[in-house]
Design a protein. Structure first.
Length: 762
């Protein structure tokens, strides 16, 4: 029998107030009725969190540990595919366990206005599958479904006393992920495949930094709750360790988020010092905390990198050879306008401007969930090509561009809720609210840092970081329910019946089976495509790709890429790599069908169109090549790849004078790629325009140094054999340059290409 509490403690997780009675559901969902108490209907309380016999929070904590800590030790599965699998199975498994334990429940459960936000995006994504990109819309719908499930589970199970369990999972997941980062930075640890180093299990260091920085407020939460000296020292060291790992990445958005934490955190700790355990620490404990924390950051931060790629970045760009130098150098770059607007930021700015044009053109409907990467070529400025990018690197802009009015409503409602939650946290001085305030403030701080990194990356789409987003909102929603906040942006009770739990349990079983099938298909697809890429690169790197000994390998490669694209034809980032390698050794027929499989999913990618047209030209199918060229020119008439392709096709269709004129104009304008330079050289040589031929060779050598030996040989041959410019001294100088630039293994082959008349004089 639940008892009426006259003076409930401020730390009670149930949210029951004086004068109110509650039923106490057991683990099976059955209730022990409380003594009826007269009270106005307006004061009806929300149900407490499900605690007894419930494993939800433990499962979610384990999920948040494994998702960042675990990685694929090879390239045959994308790293975020594994993380998405962990988060999806964690959410679905936790939901199934909850509904199974509550299969006989009759007491109501909680709902919160926040739930409508991801559900609205999910419904929009499902609808956009009809008129936009079906596959990408489906992926988005699944993502928002998992987000909604995590939010609802947290709302109903994250009692205040259970939040530290989740925080421990988040903290230790970040610690293990940081361990891989530190090892990659210090000793070039190669167990996990890396893009930009050091990236932990995230393949890209920015992805890791964006996740790790959002975990820091949860680490602070754990520190402020403990009193044991050993635990203080452990948490101080591991938190400092995580900070050092973030500094090693040099990710500027994460460093900016840490700066925000440095400014906000002291205010939070001062305002709520009476509610936190550290207020009762001895002076020795405080010295221990700051000594270990600062000692860890400074001591580990000064250890130099042993990663060759990191050191090369430092040599070329002065990014720093240790963590502290790297953090300071990257932070300083944000204050230097010229440096900051170059490289990655300038590319992002081009994407943001193009995305703003989408928002302006499609303010209500958007382009469809996930379809930014499909439609962006239609909105980019003339001459710019964004086909190598798959996200805006600004979640706010991408949301508005893809979801239109629904995205605007989501964003405005989210910001309104977070602003209201922050205001209530600061203004509500009741004992119950003060007991909740530190947890709410630190969670809001994590969300603030999350929103900061969302403006320069795409953390909403990364499984680990997206899960933190959902669970942080769940912590706030559960706190709203405990505090009894009632408004359009707060919690409500939803009636419940055993049938609801049973139907939902069965539904989640089906979802788990479907998730297992999708995981198996994704693993098989990615493994086949990546193996095909590796085989194609091995053939190209052999130096003799057309040797018959490679015939069996080529057949295996073609089988793998066909089977992989049959499972999923939408891996635009990986699949074209196979076609690119096949084109290098002249297998244009197979290269074309691979490129065309990509165009069937991404029909506006000008670079792929150019490759297809070039393939048709090589196969002698000029009509098809011109047709594809016309489509590319309609999209991007000033794109470099389109211009070079037009020059090539003009020369192949008997219009060499026009092709030469256009090539010369493009070279003089500085608008060229290696294909255009090669075409310009060939056309100039045929037309005996030797100044243009020499300029083409010079530009090719400067822009593509691997062609320097061939360029020197060609220049030497012109000086040696063409009467108009014959100069034996210059010819000999070019031949000597070719030999000098050749590696030891190449010198014999290079010498063999030099006319015998000049060989004795070398």
């Amino acid at each position: 029998m639940a008892k009426k509490k006259r003076n409930p403690p401020a730390s009670s997780a149930s949210g029951i107030r004086p004068g109110e009675a509650a039923s106490a559901p057991d683990t099976s969902g059955k209730e022990t009725p409380a003594r009826p108490q007269p009270r106005p209907a307006a004061l009806a309380i929300l149900p407490p969190e499900i605690v007894r016999g419930d494993w939800t929070v433990l499962i979610l904590a384990l999920m948040m540990f494994l998702a960042p800590a675990a990685g694929v030790p090879n390239e045959e599965m994308l790293q975020d595919t594994l993380k998405s699998v962990i988060v999806s199975f964690g959410a679905l498994g936790a939901g199934l366990m909850l509904f199974w334990h509550q299969r006989n429940r009759r007491d109501g459960l909680r709902w919160h206005a926040l739930m409508w936000l991801p559900l609205a995006l999910m419904v929009y994504a499902l609808g956009s599958m009809v008129w936009s990109h079906a596959y990408l819309g489906g992926v988005e719908a699944v993502r928002w479904f998992i987000f909604s499930l995590l939010l609802w589970l947290g709302l109903n199970t994250l009692a205040r006393e259970r939040v530290p369990t989740l925080a421990w999972g988040i903290h230790w997941g970040a610690v293990v992920a940081s361990l891989w980062t530190v090892l990659q930075f210090w000793v070039d640890f190669k167990y996990f495949p890396q893009g930009p180093n050091p990236a932990s299990t995230f393949v890209n260091r920015n992805f890791f930094a964006e996740f790790a920085v959002c975990t820091l407020p949860f680490s602070v939460l754990l520190i402020t709750r403990t009193r044991a000296s050993a635990q203080i020292a452990l948490l101080a060291f591991t938190t400092g360790f995580n900070i050092v790992a973030i500094m090693m990445t040099g990710t500027r958005s994460a460093l900016l988020a840490m700066l925000a934490m440095v400014l906000v955190l002291p205010v939070v700790l001062w305002l709520y010092r009476k509610q936190l355990s550290f207020a009762h620490w001895s002076s020795g404990s405080r010295i221990l905390l700051f000594g270990v924390l600062l000692g860890t950051i400074v001591g580990l931060g000064l250890i130099p990198s042993g990663n060759a790629k990191v050191l090369e970045e430092h040599r070329v760009e002065q990014r720093g050879a240790n963590a502290l130098q790297r953090a300071f150098a990257r932070s300083k770059s944000m204050t230097q306008t010229e440096e900051y607007t170059e490289r990655s930021f300038s590319v992002r700015l081009v994407m943001w401007k193009a995305t703003a044009r989408i928002i302006q053109a499609r303010p209500l409907t958007g382009v469809g969930a996930g379809a930014w990467e499909v439609d962006i070529p239609l909105y980019q400025s003339e001459g710019s090509q964004l086909e190598t990018d798959y996200y805006v690197h600004n979640e706010i802009l991408q949301l508005l561009a893809e979801y239109g009015l629904v995205g605007w409503l989501f964003l405005l409602a989210l910001l309104a809720y977070l602003s209201t939650a922050a205001w209530k946290t600061v203004r509500n001085r009741s004992p119950e609210a003060q007991a909740e305030a530190p947890l709410r403030a630190l969670t809001l701080l994590s969300l603030l840092m999350f929103l900061i990194v969302s403006n320069a990356g795409f953390p909403w789409r990364m499984a680990s970081t997206g899960a933190i987003f959902a669970l942080a909102l769940a912590i706030l929603a559960a706190s709203d329910a405990r505090l009894g906040y009632r408004s359009v942006l707060a919690a409500t009770r939803v009636p419940w019946q055993p049938a609801y739990s049973q139907v939902l349990a069965v539904s989640l079983m089906v979802c788990l089976a479907l998730a297992a099938y999708i995981t198996q298909q994704a693993a098989a697809c990615e493994a086949k495509i990546v193996k095909a890429v590796k085989l194609s690169m091995a053939i190209s790197q052999s130096g003799d790709p057309n040797n018959p000994k490679w015939d069996k390998t080529k057949r295996e490669m073609l089988t793998l890429i066909k089977e992989g694209t049959d499972i999923n034809p939408h891996y635009r980032k990986i699949t074209p790599m196979v076609a690119d390698e096949m084109a290098k050794w002249g297998d244009w027929k197979n290269a074309v069908w691979v490129w065309e499989s990509v165009l069937s999913s991404r029909p506006y990618v000008v670079a792929i169109m150019s490759n297809v047209a070039r393939g048709y030209a090589q196969l002698g199918q000029n009509d098809k090549a011109l047709e594809v060229l016309a489509r590319a020119k309609a999209l991007q008439p000033k794109a470099t790849s389109v211009n070079s392709l037009e020059v090539i096709l003009l020369s192949r269709t008997g219009q060499e004078p026009e092709a030469l004129k256009k090539a010369k104009a493009l070279v003089e304008a500085g608008t060229y790629d290696v294909d255009l330079i090669n075409a310009a050289y060939v056309l100039a040589a045929r037309a005996k325009d030797w100044p243009l031929a020499f300029k083409a060779l010079e530009l090719r050598t400067k822009g593509w140094p691997n062609t320097a030996v061939d360029g020197a040989l060609k220049a030497g041959n012109i000086y040696a054999s063409v009467a108009e410019v014959k100069d034996e001294t210059k010819a000999l100088a070019e031949y000597r340059k070719a030999l000098m630039l050749s590696t030891d293994a190449e010198k014999t082959a290079t010498r063999a290409q030099i006319p015998s008349l000049y060989q004795p004089r070398l």
